[in-house]
Every structure is written in C-alpha cells, then in structure tokens.
Design a protein around this ligand. Sequence first.
Ligand code: FPP
Length: 240
Amino acid sequence: MLEGIDMERLPVHIAIIMDGNGRWAQKKGLPRVRGHKAGMEAIRKTVKCCSDLGIKILTVYAFSTENWKRPQDEVNYLMNLLVEYMRKEVSSLHKNKVKIKLLGEIDILPHQTRREIEEAVKLTKNNKGLQFNIALNYGGRAEILKACKSLIQDIQNGNLDMNSVDEAVFSNYLYTGSDPDPDLIIRTSGEQRISNFLLWQGAYSELLFIDRLWPDFDENALYRAIKEYQSRNRRFGALK
Ligand code: FPP
C-alpha cells in the first residue's frame, strides 16, 4: 500500500540484487529457468512501479561476472530471456520515458543479446523518466579495476592531473558515471551478502535483506521496502 510513504523523501536510487529465482522454481517442482522467467515478470512490475512513483534510478543485478560459471543451458536461457524482455518491453518502456542503461562489459555477450540491448539503450537514451540500469556481466571489483586503468591511462596521456583526482573524479570512471549512489540496496531471498554489487557506489547505502524470493517481489514489497528505508536514520558518518 502506498499509504504511509512520504512522497517527499523517496529514495532517489534503488538497487536490487534479485535473488531466489532457482529456489522459487524448485519449490514449485519446476526447472530453475522457470524461476528466471517469473523473475522477468517481477522486473516488469518493479520497473513500472518505480516509474509511476517517480523514482529517478532503478538498478538491477541481472548477471554477474561470476554467473558464467553456471551450466551453459542456464546461461543461454538468461541471455535469450534478455532478448525476449527487450523485444517485449522496449516500446512500452520508451513510451513511459524510461531510459535504459547498461552497467557492465557488453563485448563478450552473445551477439543477439548485445544487439538487442544496444538498440534499446540507443532508442531510450534521451528519455527523462526513470533511468533503468541493468547490471549485466557486471562485477564491482572488475568495475573498480577498469576505472583505475582508464584513469591511469588518462594521467599518462596528460589528459588528467593526478592532483585533481578526488572521489567525484574517480566515480566518473565507473559505469555509473555521475549518477547518484544508491540510497537503498535490496536483496531478496534471505541471503545477506553484497556479492560484488556496486562496491564503490554502495558505501553509504541502506541495506535491506528480505526473505521473499525474487519472483514473488511485487508492488507491495517495494512499498514496504521504501517505508523501511524512510524509517532509517541516515547519518553518513556524522552525528544527527
Ligand atoms: C538470481 O536467482 C537471479 C539471477 C542470477 C538472474 C536474474 C535475471 C533475470 C530475472 C533475467 C532477466 C533480466 C532482465 C533485466 C530482463 P538464482 O538463480 O541465483 O536463485 P537461487 O539462489 O534460488 O538459485
């Protein structure tokens, strides 16, 4: 229920570790991939709900740099699911002014997945509504390392003065660029880990671990998460 949410103090940026698809399917006696399919539906609802609420940025962890270790069939299924999601959703996302952005290394994704995502990013790049970040082939440590390498390169090329490097300058080398850090990071399924997600950006994020499995996440679960966030006392290391 929306009731009880302070619309003046919404989190600007919500990030989600969508965990529990496999267990959801297993509990129902279905193959794991059916959990991912249901997880896609939960993404659709969450994007719509964030967009309707006026949240500025939603980031979802769709595929980590470690997820390649899963069985090939499951990896293929997830890559195809992304294609399906883009084909089905992109026109309605575009209509709703959603801007799609990719966080991660796109180069080694299967051709079709890459093409579909690149087209969606291109189509929606000037939209001013919800920014929907999809972390895909993403790892927080890899992101920081990549940022360090490009930063060093810029210093060596004489394009950047080392003395001017502060946290804001460094942040600009990350996939998230100048986007504000996540205010709230939600992980579903009861696991309490960050799993290499937004390591730099999440330094001061409120963390919320909920027991619900990702395919069961819906509008009410999001409203509850926002209310919990609003009940917290964020101090950023200072005193209140
Ligand atoms: C975690 O559940 C879920 C994933 C690794 C994949 C999430 C991806 C999607 C729902 C695909 C579509 C993405 C977009 C952006 C359209 P798990 O498999 O680790 O669950 P388990 O811990 O119960 O095994």
